[in-house]
Design a protein around this ligand. Sequence first.
Ligand SMILES: [Fe+2]
Length: 255
Amino acid sequence: MKKLVWLTDLHLVEQGRDWPQGVDPLARLRFCLDEIQAFHSDAERLVISGDLIQIGNPGAYGILREELTRISMPYRLLVGNHDNREAMLTSFPELSSVDGFIQGVEDVGNVRLLYLDTLAAEGKHHGELCPVRMQWIGEQIRSADERSLLIFLHHPPCDIGVPALDRLSLVDSDELGDLIRAREAPTHLFCGHVHRNASGLWAGYPLAALKSLHVQFELDLTGSNLIRGDEPPGYAVVLIKPNGIIVNYRDIPAL
Ligand SMILES: [Fe+2]
């Protein structure tokens, strides 16, 4: 069995800046990383699926790099709509940048981990996969063959039923859906962005969205405005077994 730890939407700010929503994102990250190191240091990877910083705080990537020394496992970072590719690569030059995008692929035994870059443009909040990215993604998905395929991406490729969030999802997901639909081996998608836990089926395979490590959005199935919710932050532990993939959710205190 293989184990991954999964976090998303940290929204870190530079030192001395106001906390987004009045909540300290760094306190939550520190608590979470210490818990992960105490209980899940055997994980193959820690994956953080985007919105590492609050928009306009590029200096916060240096803070994140420093905080990640709390854990001993390798980590992998994705971009979200609050992120800045250039600043992110300055602090994390080891992140593979294919065609100028922060996307990458790793094979861990018979498991392929695929990390997508769904950032449309700086300052835009919906997600996008342009033809350049789709060509690379197609090569990675087709060559995964019999391997289990875990795809991490910031923006969900489908609506989750919350209108205020659904207008900010991935706008061009049809080709990705076709590629996944053609798979005949275990496949699972993992998304951030919506600041809520949600799960379902898309393109014939399971999809999970994870709540933020910072603050959550309300489960508002009718309104058009984003409303902050009062649910606690959390993370997930993904177990990959020969016969299946399980996502376990864990809340942490709302510090
Ligand atoms: Fe976010």
